[in-house]
Design a protein around this ligand. Structure first.
Ligand SMILES: *Cc1c(COP(=O)(O)O)cnc(C)c1O
Length: 455
């Protein structure tokens, strides 16, 4: 780590006196200093001592057009001087109207209705409740269960945690959670050597088919993260699985909830990951990149068919009486509109192809490495999995915290990577330059070397 100035020392001390950090064993900070950041610019974060770090994970996957982006900042400033917030029940405002029109335009045709919340987990809660409530409103009261994929992640609130399947976050709270049906998916990591992808996907779809076939009368919806299970160690699967899933959901009269909170807005290479399977879900949850990484906002898009099942006289009590204080906040909507404006003006999805190809080319440095068990990429998401032995894929014991060593090595080399266990991944803001991609993957390679040394 870098030397600290008295200012940094002071901030660190004051932070640790009162701030409880997310997803952190606070005791780790006895050894590993917290890093007070003073400012950001583009892909760079700068700490209070002037040390700079490339934000190679987009500050937990939210940032897409760089820190302190002039366009987005200006839009928020303008909105702040006009209308900072108004409740969205009984009232409206132009930013939320414009944003809803644009989201409906961008997403597949059947998605026509936008319900807002203020973070990803809350969007999942909305989708779960809406699906359940839809079936109740149309008289199918037995439909109460949700199906999810193994190793999936949908957030941290109790409902969202229930439909997730990452042990590390979930196990402790098990007694509080609702029962869900967790089915293995078509994780590319588990594909047999030489197996054809189509055959593999078909084979791995069987358990899903079976659950839906046998229990569809009691199932509301299947919840999935299309193409990439980001918090689930960046595991990836083929788009054909989603096509099969859409067909099966139609056949068995079950909703499909697409959690595009992480993969939406170009992360998967297309604007939305569902496009790669040419499907439309019944509910699409969006957040993270929605505001360019500026402000918390989330939205659930759904169909007129769902909407209409709630639309009736008040006294039928069919309305969706769910709300959050900051639902549809105008500042966040202004940030989202500025973000979508950049996508449009700069033709970001097509322009990113160059970056995607560069990542692919640079990833070759990891081929055949004795301690890398799997290399994978979907669009702007790249990941490698460190193992004890490439051939057997024996994992490193989690207690050895190899990922943490990689994290520290990368920070010392001015790159912010924050591995998930033994998985190192790269998920940069789209304003990164090709030579900066090269630099980051070089540092990532050195970070692997630092992590695999036994001490
Ligand atoms: C981050 C994430 C969530 C939760 O969003 P929060 O804003 O952190 O509550 C849900 N689903 C996926 C796929 C995510 O990556």
């Amino acid at each position: 780590m870098f030397e600290h100035s008295p200012l940094a020392e002071e901030l660190i001390k004051r932070d640790l006196a009162h701030v409880w950090h997310p997803c952190t064993q606070m005791k780790d900070h006895q050894q590993i200093p917290i890093i007070p950041i003073a400012k950001g610019e583009g892909i760079w974060l700068q700490d209070v001592d002037g040390n700079k770090y490339i934000d190679a994970i987009s500050s937990w996957w939210v940032n897409i057009f760089g820190h302190a982006n002039k366009t987005i900042s200006a839009a928020i400033k303008k909105q702040a001087d006009t209308l900072e917030h108004v409740l969205l029940a009984g009232f409206s405002h132009q930013p939320v109207i414009d944003l809803s029109e644009q989201l409906v335009e961008l997403t597949p045709d059947p998605l026509q209705r936008c319900f807002y919340a203020d973070n990803g987990s809350s969007a999942i809660e909305v989708a779960l409740k809406m699906s359940f409530h839809y079936w109740k409103n149309i008289g199918k009261e037995n439909k109460q269960k949700f199906v999810t994929l193994k190793n999936s992640y949908h957030g941290e609130t109790i409902g969202a945690l229930s439909v997730g399947d990452v042990e590390l976050y979930k196990d402790t709270y098990q007694p509080l959670l609702m029962d869900v049906l967790a089915v293995p998916g078509a994780d590319s990591f588990n594909m047999e050597e030489g197996e054809d992808t189509e055959e593999y996907v078909t084979r791995m779809f069987a358990p899903m088919e079976e659950v839906l076939q046998q229990q569809h009368d009691t199932i509301c919806a299947v919840v999935v993260e299309p193409l990439v299970q980001c918090a689930g160690y960046m595991r990836m699967y083929d788009a054909r699985y989603l096509s099969l899933l859409r067909q099966a959901c139609d056949r068995y009269n079950v909703h499909l909830i697409a959690d595009e909170i992480a993969v939406g807005f170009g992360r998967s290479g297309t604007m939305f990951a569902c496009e790669q399977a040419n499907i439309s879900p019944d509910f699409m949850c969006l957040s993270k990149g929605l505001t360019g990484g500026y402000l918390p906002l989330s939205v659930v898009l759904t169909t007129n068919q769902v909407y209409d099942a709630f639309y009736d006289d008040y006294t039928t009590l069919k309305a969706f009486l769910h709300s959050h204080s900051y639902t549809g906040n105008p500042l966040a909507c202004a940030a989202a509109l500025a973000t979508l404006g950049i996508f449009h003006r700069e033709d970001t999805i097509n322009r990113n192809q160059n970056l995607i190809n560069k990542i692919k080319a640079e990833s070759e440095r990891f081929e055949g490495h004795p301690n890398i068990g799997h290399i994978r990429q979907t669009g702007m998401i790249f990941a490698i999995e460190m193992v004890k032995d490439r051939r057997t894929r024996e994992p490193y014991p989690w207690q050895e915290r190899r990922g943490l060593k990689a994290y520290q090595h990368a920070l010392n080399n001015h790159v912010l990577l924050r591995p998930l266990g033994n998985v190192l991944y790269f998920m940069p803001p789209y304003v990164i330059e090709p030579d900066q991609i090269e630099l980051v993957l070089e540092v990532m390679e050195e970070a692997v070397q630092a992590a695999i040394i036994d001490d």
